[in-house]
Unconditional design. Structure first.
Length: 130
């Protein structure tokens, strides 16, 4: 349950509607997900976050599927249930298979395990890595 109200399109200010319209046009969808509806309680943060997300997740050196899979992996590490679901759906839409998802899960688990071991042991970084 959200700690803020979700701002529906019909209840949104003109500034918020402009961002909603851009989200729907950019994603070629006809609805706004709850993350944006919650963030709309602060129109400045809504616009800034959307603009940043468009830039980071837009065309670049990494394939769009790779970007979504990275987002899934980091969302798993940060234990963000909403983001895990949202970006898993986006990754599936870009071609991620169950087999690929299970590899992502295995990598996340292994990285978290070895990161904790290294951190706990305070292992010094090898000179060759620097």
């Amino acid at each position: 349950m959200s700690i803020v109200s979700l701002i529906e399109y019909e209840d949104a200010s003109d500034d918020v509607r402009a961002v909603y319209d851009d989200i729907m046009a950019t994603r070629n969808i006809d609805w706004i997900n709850n993350f944006w509806k919650a963030l709309a309680n602060d129109p400045v943060s809504l616009k800034r976050t959307w603009e940043s997300l468009k830039q980071v997740m837009g065309p670049g050196a990494l394939d769009p599927l790779v970007k979504e899979m990275l987002y899934v992996a980091i969302s798993m590490s940060n234990d963000c249930d909403y983001c895990i679901h949202s970006h898993t759906a986006a990754a599936r839409g870009k071609g991620m298979t169950d087999e690929m998802l299970m590899e992502v899960v295995a990598i996340v688990g292994m990285a978290n395990e070895t990161n904790k071991l290294v951190g706990g042991l305070r292992v010094p970084v090898d000179d060759v890595f620097l």
